[in-house]
Design a binder for this molecule. Structure first.
Ligand SMILES: *[C@@H]1O[C@H](CO)[C@@H](O)[C@H](O)[C@H]1NC(C)=O
Length: 90
């Protein structure tokens, strides 16, 4: 019983690590696992965004740039749609 739970935890840890280091060799590829819960459109810099597809613990997300680094946003959020409408996908 507890061995099973331990294996499950171990497995999920392995999956997470794999999603971060999957593209070994190069720099760590950003992977969004959750979305920013608020409208942070005022923090977004630049006029380009990236789209991340779901897989290996990563969620389908829109990635914006900001002075604090990358922002992971929900493609279904209204503010995200408004923002990407005026931006270029890269
Ligand atoms: C999000 O915030 C921006 C800037 O503060 C504002 O212009 C925009 O209307 C907001 N969008 C939504 C959906 O709340």
């Amino acid at each position: 019983m507890s061995t099973k739970i331990f294996s499950l935890i171990l497995l999920s840890v392995c999956l997470c690590t794999a999603s971060i280091t999957r593209h070994g060799g190069g720099p760590v590829r950003p992977c969004c696992v959750k979305y920013t819960p608020r409208n942070v459109s005022s923090k977004v810099t630049g006029d380009t965004y990236k789209e991340q597809h779901a897989g290996l613990g990563c969620v389908h997300a829109i990635i914006f740039s900001s002075d604090d680094g990358q922002i992971c946003a929900n493609p279904n959020d209204k503010w995200v749609k408004e923002l990407t409408a005026n931006m270029k996908k890269i």
